[in-house]
Design a protein around this ligand. Structure first.
Ligand code: OAD
Length: 229
């Protein structure tokens, strides 16, 4: 039987599309106060600053395209059952044709009621103060901010627990609970970690670190997995 392939992605997979990562030199968190733009406290103190930050991100997302790494996943899913778990809020996986994509940290092209997390809307333009949900509450970005629960983590952990092969791409593995997902892996599941700056991960699974950019490292790994199939 074909192994389930689960792929955990982070900002690095979209870097070659032209989207800045968070923690690299010149990353977003070097030029923005993380708590001011990505926390409930920041939202309370200065909602305009928060909206402006995500409006810039949303505008940029209209300008970029999926890259070779996203397309490699589309190829892989022609041969294996593939599940993507992404920390990214962009929609580049979907635009490349990746089919099973779970967004752990929300989505830039969605907004939600500030009062009711279930009232979610598609949103492709700038979001302003005064844009309201059906319940009359201000709309806010559909992003999981620091200090907020990660509702999709339970589903993600269930998927990781069924992984026959686990691939990690372009994440510093610095943010929890996402980084803790590796601890749900079956102990025999091989792990591949593609990231030019990958640091060793404290797991007992067979681990192959590939210190390459996603756009070259992932297509190569995909070709290898398809050949071995
Ligand atoms: P980080 O900015 O922490 O890490 C990006 C990783 O991508 C680093 O390990 C880089 O070495 C790697 N990288 C850079 N260019 C790459 C390339 N071309 N190919 C492959 N890898 C490359 O981003 P994340 O790990 O995604 O949360 O950060 C996790 C979360 O922290 C994000 O989802 C975000 C952030 O705060 C929210 O905004 C809610």
């Amino acid at each position: 039987m074909k192994p389930n392939i689960v792929i955990l992605t982070g900002a690095g997979i979209s870097q070659e599309s032209g989207i800045q990562t968070f923690r690299d030199a010149d990353g977003l968190w070097e030029n923005h106060d993380i708590m001011a733009v990505a926390s409930p406290q920041g939202w309370q103190q200065n909602p305009e600053l928060v909206l402006d930050f995500y409006n810039q991100r949303r505008r940029q997302l209209h300008q970029v395209q999926p890259n070779a790494a996203h397309h490699a996943i589309t190829k892989l899913q022609q041969h294996f059952p593939v599940q993507v778990i992404t920390q990214n809020v962009d929609d580049l996986h979907e635009r490349a044709g990746n089919q099973n994509v779970l967004h752990l940290h929300g989505e830039l092209f969605k907004v939600r009621s500030d009062k009711n997390p279930e009232l979610i809307y598609n949103w492709h333009k700038d979001l302003q103060l005064g844009d309201l949900a059906e319940d009359g509450a201000q709309l806010r970005p559909h992003i999981v901010w620091f200090g907020e629960p990660v509702p999709m983590i339970t589903r993600a952990a269930d998927l990781v627990a069924q992984a026959g092969i686990f691939i990690i791409v372009g994440t510093s593995m610095a943010v929890y609970p996402a980084a803790g997902l590796v601890h749900y892996l079956p102990s025999y599941t091989p792990v591949y970690y593609i990231d030019p700056n990958a640091a060793p991960i404290a797991i007992s699974n067979p681990l192959t670190i590939i210190r390459e950019k996603a756009g070259t490292g992932l297509p190569k790994l995909v070709a290898q997995l398809i050949q071995e199939d």
